[in-house]
Design a protein around this ligand. Structure first.
Ligand code: ATP
Ligand code: MG
Length: 333
């Protein structure tokens, strides 16, 4: 029986955070049992806005692999692979760039937002603007049909499918499958300042490897309702980051509904809601942190996992590249 293939991954720009847990990791843990899953350590994509800081990109490879394994990714079920060591991905990217216009790349809402947040102005690295085509190469090289991602990635999957349709139309057959994004209900988790989404590059994250002190400090600094000055004041849930996080991580949704009502009535200060959230996050992260520290002692094992996963991925992606090159009618030697 052929299991459907999943391709998903993370840019190697820093350790994973709880936004990743809510946004994609939790899904990946579930799907590794039922799907053939490839997890891409996207170091080439990380370079598109970090060319000046290759050390960060390099060091994050092991960090993210540790996060995966500590969170419960099982290397006998999921292949963890390294993007820069899969030449077919780069080769397909170059071909795909001919099936997308610059105007379309500039219109992509995710890219627009990321350009704004990064303050690039007109000085956008060309690789950054083009990364949706590279991501289309990543997804299709594995012939993945299922892509579990955070909500911010939906426009990129749309763009991937546009490229797929163009290539199939040119080739006159179904060379590549379209991919379906699996987006969790929780949506995207905001950063602790409540401004942008939580992101590795934004300095607004709680890492899955955070120490218990870091968790405490982050929760204390969290943005709540700026108008709630005294405990007896009625508070607002809307835009209150603590409640957004409770929505994502609190298993006791009935208790949470009561807490929200109390907060809105007044008489419940930020200290109480923060204490509840902190306890939940400490409980989520503590076992991950412990497993991560054990795994970090055995770097050789982690490297072996990445090498084996990359070998499996290489076989798969080279085969797709051969299919595409021939379907596009290029000369065969
Ligand atoms: P960077 O700041 O370097 O872009 P990032 O934190 O945005 O890092 P990515 O590696 O770009 O993380 O994203 C990897 C996956 O995690 C994607 O599927 C993305 O949608 C998801 N994701 C990232 N941030 C969040 C978030 N705050 N909430 C939910 N999902 C998220
Ligand atoms: Mg990102």
């Amino acid at each position: 029986m052929n299991k459907p293939t999943i391709l998903t991954g993370d840019r190697t720009t820093g350790p994973l955070h709880i936004g990743h847990y809510a946004g994609s990791l939790a899904n990946r843990l579930q799907y590794q049992e039922t799907h053939e899953q490839f997890l891409l350590l996207a170091d080439s994509q990380a370079l598109t806005d970090n060319a000046h800081n290759p050390e960060k990109v390099r060091n994050s490879v092991i960090e993210i692999a540790l996060d995966y394994l500590a969170a419960g990714i099982d290397p006998s079920l999921s292949s963890i692979c390294l993007q820069s060591h899969l030449p077919a991905l780069t080769e397909l990217s170059m071909l795909y760039l001919n099936f997308v216009t610059v105007a379309r790349l500039e219109r992509n809402p995710t890219i627009k937002e990321e350009i704004r947040v990064r303050g690039f102005g007109r000085d956008i690295p060309a690789g950054f603007l083009c990364y949706p085509a590279a991501q289309a190469a990543d997804i299709t090289a594995f012939k993945a049909t299922v892509v579990p991602v955070g909500e911010d990635q939906a426009p990129l999957i749309e763009q991937t499918n546009e490229i797929v349709r163009r290539i199939n139309a040119t080739a006159g057959g179904r060379i590549l499958p379209e991919a379906q994004a699996i987006i969790p209900k929780a949506g995207r988790l905001p950063g602790i300042d409540g401004k942008a989404k939580m992101s590795k590059s934004g300095g607004n994250a709680i890492a899955l490897s955070a120490s218990s002190d870091e968790i405490r400090r982050a929760v204390r600094a969290m943005f709540t309702d700026p108008n709630l000055l005294r405990v007896e004041d009625p508070g607002s849930i809307e835009g209150n980051v603590v409640f957004t996080y409770l929505d994502a991580f609190d298993q006791d949704q009935d208790g949470l509904a009561e807490l929200k009502a109390h907060y809105q009535r007044g008489g419940l200060g930020d200290g109480k809601i923060k204490a509840r959230l902190e306890a939940i996050l400490q409980e989520l992260i503590a076992p991950i942190r412990t497993r991560r520290a054990q795994l970090a002692e055995d770097r050789g094992y982690v490297l072996d996992v990445i090498r084996a996963g990359t070998d499996r991925a290489r076989e798969r992606t080279e085969a797709t590249k051969r299919d595409v090159v021939s379907a596009l009618g290029l000369f065969q030697l």
